[in-house]
Design a protein around this ligand. Structure first.
Ligand SMILES: Nc1ncnc2c1ncn2[C@@H]1O[C@H](COP(=O)(O)OP(=O)(O)O)[C@@H](O)[C@H]1O
Ligand SMILES: [Mg+2]
Length: 258
């Protein structure tokens, strides 16, 4: 399974990425979470300390490694022959709850046809890591829609678009939905997050119905998540968090859909 998590900034992509990743780890799958946000913070949500998180060298800044893995004698031609094990060993960081984390870092945009090495590595990671049935790759994407043109999204089989009940988030979700469908992604789902009451739930539901978006599930607003963030803790440690419980259910649904 390879799943990208997208949506407007602040809707809960990182929380849902981390919660889903932990769900799959608990179910015995090798789980790789890729932080593709240029301002990465998935490491903290996965339970690494701020100090340890700062020490992670993003793939895009690890030029030597990227080049050794990708370059050929011919300029502009990349060799992408490494194995899954190589990728995990060379690029990922172990996090306390068992998720393998890869931080992509900032990739300078060179337009839609960007073939820069770091981006090529990420696309290759996505292609290579999903071949096994007992592996899951989750991509915590950057906010908005521009990145969808860079080819990363095309390498996933499921796009989960996170939204809250605000019309701004919903409009961005609709835009992403259309781009993801145009890119030929097999499954594209809308996911309501931070839902505090029936009104919010209904707002998301009717927007989805009116615009032909496939609504998969809701995650409730959860004070425990807010508290965890306030104390600089990972929400993953709260076993009875309502939000994480429903992210667990979401994970089971996704596993069933395949
Ligand atoms: N279900 C929820 N209940 C309460 N707070 C949430 C929930 N989901 C996300 N948050 C909080 O909202 C903020 C933004 O979430 P985050 O996952 O960082 O969003 P994104 O990655 O989309 O920018 C964080 O402080 C996070 O803890
Ligand atoms: Mg985020």
């Amino acid at each position: 399974m390879k799943i990208a998590i997208s949506g407007k900034g602040g809707v809960g992509k990182t929380l849902i990425s981390a919660g889903l990743a932990y769900h799959f780890v608990k179910n015995g799958l090798t789980t790789i979470a890729i932080d593709a946000d240029p301002s990465p913070n998935l490491a903290l949500t996965l339970g690494l300390s701020p100090k340890r998180s700062r020490q992670i060298v993003p793939v895009s800044e690890n030029k030597e490694l990227v080049e050794s893995k990708t370059s050929t004698e011919i300029s502009g031609v990349y060799r992408l022959t490494f194995t899954v094990d190589d990728i995990v060993r060379d690029f990922s960081v172990q996090t306390p709850y068992g998720v393998n984390l890869i931080v992509m870092g900032t990739v300078q945009s060179m337009g839609a046809g960007c073939t820069c090495a770091a981006n090529a590595v990420i696309r290759a990671l996505l292609r290579h890591l999903v071949v096994e049935r007992d592996e899951v790759v989750l991509v915590d994407m950057e906010a908005g829609v521009e990145h969808l043109g860079r080819g990363t999204a095309r390498q996933v089989d499921t796009m989960l678009i996170v939204t809250d009940s605000s019309i701004k988030s919903l409009e961005i979700a609709l835009h992403i939905n259309n781009l993801a469908r145009d890119a030929g992604i097999r499954q594209v789902f809308l996911m309501g997050n931070k839902v505090a009451d029936e009104d919010q739930r209904n707002a998301i539901k009717s927007f989805a119905e009116d615009n032909n978006l496939q609504l998969l599930d809701f995650v409730p607003f959860d004070e425990q998540v807010v508290k965890a963030e306030m104390h600089g803790e990972t929400p993953l440690k709260y076993k009875d968090s309502l939000a994480l419980k429903s992210i667990d259910e979401l994970g089971s649904k996704l596993a069933q859909l395949g």
